[in-house]
Design a protein around this ligand. Structure first.
Ligand code: KIV
Length: 307
């Protein structure tokens, strides 16, 4: 058995010059898929508000919702660190309230750490969380919870003054005790400078290739979300389109009386169960290969039936 997943992997990978692969997850299924694919860490991002809950931005997401989704991710036992976003409003009122909310994410959600957007102005909050034994990941650049203050989802840190501010804030977050730092939507050269200046790892999203790791949103990577398509997203699959094709085939089958077949139906007596109808062999599906998570193989083999 390998060593248990801890946040120490962040520092270790930076020291060894190994890239850190982080992905968001919002439920058991996404966590199992990400874990089977070998990601290093999972972020239960407040992007859940946009890609799962249908909000136009992340601002409406509540602590209850984050706890709910985080618990679903950690119940999957993905075997990698799970970090939970502190949603908008959960760390803006008082340090006492902040710590209470973060403790819920740890106790009820099973998170190992929390992520907080913002720089110097988060100093007190970060100190309070660390005092409560909760590790903190920082987040600079385009911080989506500041979308109205920033005037939209725009690249940050362009120009000398703005770049110097991000460098200064990054140094502050390291000094404050963050174990890693997300850099979102900033020029690649600035992200490289921040990465070189810090001993904690930087995780980029829209920050070029010079960071210590990358993070993407699960639904963006798989082509499951069309709401906003930032330039920095690489879609590795078009599962949304594939899902529409599959559901359309189901609807056509139901309407034509092709589904359910005898093999999907139950007889009065199990012994008298009808022999499955002969069908041509199926093409092996690319995503059900030997590395597919066990739960997918189980479903393929008909697990869940009662006969
Ligand atoms: O909410 C989120 O998914 C995030 C990542 C994009 C960094 O904060």
């Amino acid at each position: 058995m390998g060593r248990p997943a801890t946040l120490a992997l962040f520092g270790r990978k930076k020291r060894r010059g190994e890239k850190i692969v982080m992905l968001t997850a919002y439920d058991m299924t996404s966590a199992l898929i990400a874990a089977a694919a070998g990601v290093d860490a999972l972020l239960v991002g407040d992007s859940v508000g946009m890609v799962v809950l249908g909000y136009p931005d992340t601002l409406p997401v509540t602590v209850d919702q984050m706890v709910h989704h985080c618990a679903a991710v950690t119940r999957a036992r993905p075997g990698v660190p799970v970090i939970a976003d502190m949603p908008y409003g959960s760390f803006h009122v008082s340090t006492q309230e902040t710590v209470r909310h973060a403790i819920r994410l740890v106790k009820e959600g099973g998170a190992m750490a929390v992520k907080v957007e913002g720089g110097r102005r988060r100093g007190e909050v970060i100190r309070a969380l660390l005092d409560a034994e909760i590790p903190v990941m920082g987040h600079l650049g385009l911080t989506p919870q500041s979308v109205h203050k920033l005037g939209g989802f725009k690249v940050q840190g362009r120009g000398r003054g703005a770049a110097d501010l991000i460098l200064d804030e990054a140094a502050f977050l390291e000094e404050a005790g963050c174990f890693a730092l997300v850099l979102e939507c900033i020029p690649a050269t600035l992200a490289e400078r921040v990465t070189a200046a810090l001993t904690i790892p930087t995780i980029g999203i829209g920050a070029g290739a010079g960071t210590d790791g990358q993070v993407l949103v699960f639904h963006d990577l798989l082509g499951l979300y069309d709401g906003v398509r930032p330039k920095f997203v690489k879609r590795y699959a078009e599962l949304g389109a594939a899902a529409v094709t599959a559901v359309r085939a189901y609807a056509d089958d139901v309407r034509a009386g092709r589904f359910p077949g005898l093999e999907h139906s139950f007889a009065d007596e199990p012994a008298a169960a009808p022999a499955p109808r002969k069908r041509p062999p199926r093409e092996p599906a690319a995503d059900h290969g030997p590395d597919a998570p066990g739960y997918l193989a189980g479903l393929e083999n008909g697990a869940g039936g009662e006969e």
